[in-house]
Every structure is written in structure tokens, then in C-alpha cells.
Design a protein around this ligand. Sequence first.
Ligand SMILES: C[S@@+](CC[C@H](N)C(=O)[O-])C[C@H]1O[C@@H](n2cnc3c(N)ncnc32)[C@H](O)[C@@H]1O
Length: 347
Amino acid sequence: MPQSSSAVGTPAASESISPDHIFEIGFAFWKSKALLSAVELGVFTTLSERPLGGEALTERIGINRRGGRDFLDALVALNLLDRDGAGRYTNRPDCELYLDARKPTYIGGQLERLNEPLYECWGHLTEALRTGHGPSALANGGYAALYADDAAFKSFLRAMTGSSLIPARALAEIFPWHLHETVMDIGTAQGCVPVELAHAHTHLRGGGFDLPEVGRAFQDYVHRNSLSDRLTFHPGDFLRDDLPGADVLIMGRILHNWDLPTKQLLVRKAAQAVPPGGALVVYDNIIDNERRYRPHSLLASLNMLIDTPAGSEFTEEECINWMHTAGFRDIRMERLDLINTAAIGFK
Ligand SMILES: C[S@@+](CC[C@H](N)C(=O)[O-])C[C@H]1O[C@@H](n2cnc3c(N)ncnc32)[C@H](O)[C@@H]1O
């Protein structure tokens, strides 16, 4: 490579440029894996019972002494655990609330899936970039392959609940639900989104639409939340069937699974299922129009390369265009959390 003649290439200028940002990103997977292993080992669930000293905790979670102390103290240094003067470990408040598997606020299902299978699958990113194909079961055999393995099926559904709880709560707040009676969540998984909406707005009725094999998991989850009288499961295949009607249709992290013609088809089907005055809410890791300000959304699109046959994320503008073409108007964008943005349009 020829030597750069720009000021950046001169020794004096290079000394003032910090490599910290490069190191921070290069080593980021060390932090991620420590957190993901802590969830896998049940560190946070164990500590939510009571504080424990290092020896008792390593014994409870079944890890070897070698590495055990460094692992736990790394979690302290990462602000995931606290350690008191007597050497006892406790959860930091966010981990206590969100990573205790016995709490209804548990979002660790999502981290469980990041740990297995996605962590290993991301190890094949370079190959996926070269070939255009990802290594996961879902990427290679679609939902039929993923759902054929019972453990993978259950883990996937838990992951969907873990990752939709926070956006669902935000959606309950930012949309004028008092103006609508019914809601249908398309590709609902366990039904976390309609459950959160129905808890927050006691007049709402409706349910979730998904592949027939998901029905039992939806019904169990809705039953555990005492909402079986208001939320019903609708089995079907949205690639072949019409969508069930409701005042408001939701498509949360559905469009990103598919190629462009399928994305557009699903939005058109939503427009057919919604009555005049009704609405469609699409939420996803939507990319900013400049394709530069939301690294998480762009990486989420690479996650679709890793984990789906033909999916990708999309920009706000693209989503608005599909919705507008399908007949939705007054389309606006709302950030739901650090990750998800909702596109809301009215028919
Ligand atoms: C990425 S998950 C999103 C789940 C949920 N909306 C959320 O945000 O957590 C996609 C969902 O679409 C469902 N799905 C996939 N293909 C489908 C099809 N052809 N017809 C109906 N549902 C389908 C899956 O079973 C799964 O629950």
C-alpha cells in the first residue's frame, strides 16, 4: 500500500489519534460472552434469592474455581453485579429486574438465544458475507426446520417474548388505544405483545396469528396471564392465507425475515385486513434513512443474513413507501426503545 501523504499519516498527527475505539469494538465480544454465560449459568437468578460469597456462588452455579473468581469479579467490573465489603455478590438493579428467570420482567430469553445458537453462528460472519448464506437452522430450513427441534422451538419462543416485552410496553403507551377496540398481532409467537397491550388497556380484545404449531404456546402464555377470555389464537400461514381482521394490526419483527416482494405482500395483506380508520403498526430494528446512525439496526440486518434465508432490515423511508403504496396514510415513526422503532399508519 502506498504511504498516505495526508496529515493523518504523519507521526505527530498519529500520536494524537487514540486507538481506544478500535480496541473497544474489537474486544466487545469478551463482555458479551461473559454476560451470556452468566445468564446460561443462572448467576442472576441464583443471586436474586440472596447475596452469596464467591465460594458458595461458584458452587451453586457449578463452575470450576479456576476462572470462577475472575468471572464473578469481571461481572462486577462490568456493572452487572455488586460485591460488598464482606465479598458477597448481589445483582445490580437492572439485572435483578430483567435477568431473574422467575420474574415476569425476565428478558433473558433473548440473551439465551444470542448465546445459543447465534453466538456460534456469528463466528461464521465472514463466510456468510462471502456466500450470502447464513449458517443457522432457520436460515437453511426456515421455520419448519427450526420448529422441528422441540428445544430450539421453545428457546426461540422464549427469545421472542424476551425481546418483545420492552417494545410492547412502550407500544402500550405511545398509541391511542382508547380509540380502538380490537388488536391482532401477526406472527405473535407466545403472544407477549397482545398480552402487554391487554394488561395496559382493559377494553382491548383480539389475539395473535401465527403458524398452527405455535398455538399451544400462545394459549399457555395467555392463560398464565389470565387473559384467555380476551385474547384468541388464530392459526394460519401469512404467506398463503388472508390475515384476520382487527382495528389495529401489529407486525413486530416480521418483515425483516423476508425478501422485498414478501415484505410488500405482507403489508398489502395487512391493508386488506384493517377497516377504514384502522391502523397498522410495524416495529423492527428499523434503519435510519442515512444508514449511518443506528449501528444496532445495521448489525441486526446482518443478523438476518446469519439467521434467515432471505431477510434484511429496512429503512424508515422504505417502510413508509410500502405502507403508503398499500393504502396507509399519516404514517409516523416512534422510537420504542434503544433497539426498536415503530412505523404507524392509518387506513
Ligand atoms: C421473528 S418472530 C417475531 C415474533 C414477535 N412478533 C416478536 O416481535 O417477538 C416471527 C414470527 O412469525 C411467525 N411466522 C413465521 N412464518 C410464518 C407464516 N408463514 N405464517 C404465520 N406466522 C409465521 C413465527 O412463528 C414467529 O412467531
